[in-house]
Design a protein around this ligand. Structure first.
Ligand SMILES: [Zn+2]
Length: 233
């Protein structure tokens, strides 16, 4: 689903996930741009741009076309932001963060912890028993560790990320609705156009088309049959 990079929600989320410079590059590539054009717009150095373009390409956020420059015998790359991938990338990153936080929370709530007063280690009770309640680093006495503050912090972060995910999902649904409405509109216009042009077509032409269509249908049926018989084997 394509989104606008000028949308403030999308902008703040993307900056957080891919970084400000990568965002600037992506925004510059809303229309196709070469490395040099990106440099002019973003004021970033070419090596920085190339490395960030690689990062964006790996993340699936950018695509390119290349053209051979016959005069210099090199390839000219033109980069395009993949606006249809942005929501997926944002969602995926938040979902991963939520999973990590859930694991952390599970760990913190499932065990009783002991820690060294000199902050060398923090271990579950079972491990503290193995150490005979002595810190293996400094020999200090391991003390019961109150992790309620940590748990509160994880829960807080978890809530914030879940809210963010809901926001993105809501945003996604809204844009999907808009896109569907747009598609319906274009389809309608196309149909109207086709019905006008088909009226103009002669009967003979339409006959030829129907016969070629039925041929196609027959051949596709044969294909399905062969596939099925292969599966049986
Ligand atoms: Zn210690």
């Amino acid at each position: 689903m394509p989104v606008k990079l000028s949308d403030s929600d999308v902008e703040s989320l993307l900056k957080e996930i891919i970084g400000t410079n990568a965002f600037l590059i992506l925004k510059a590539c809303e229309v196709g741009r070469t490395d040099e054009e990106i440099a002019k717009i973003t004021k970033l150095e070419i090596p920085v741009i190339r490395s960030l373009l690689n990062q964006l390409h790996t993340e699936g956020l950018i695509t390119y076309t290349r053209e051979k420059d016959e005069e210099h015998n090199w390839f000219k790359y033109t980069w395009y932001a993949r606006k249809d991938m942005i929501v997926d990338v944002i969602k995926h990153t938040i979902e991963e963060k939520i999973q990590d936080l859930e694991k952390e929370l599970d760990l913190e709530t499932s065990y009783m912890f002991f820690a060294c007063p000199n902050r060398c280690i923090k271990v579950p009770f079972e491990v503290a028993v193995e150490y005979d309640f002595k810190c293996p680093e400094c020999g200090g006495d391991l003390q019961p560790f109150d992790n309620s503050k940590i748990i509160r912090k994880i829960k807080h972060e978890l809530d914030a990320n879940r809210r963010l995910l809901r926001r993105i999902e809501k945003f996604e649904k809204m844009r999907e609705k808009e896109n569907k409405a747009k598609k319906r509109k274009t389809k309608k216009t196309k149909q109207e156009k086709t019905s006008v042009s088909s009226k103009k077509r002669t009967k003979k032409q339409s006959k030829t088309k129907t016969s070629s269509k039925s041929k196609k249908k027959a051949s596709s049926k044969t294909k399905t049959k062969t596939k099925k018989s292969k599966k049986k084997k």
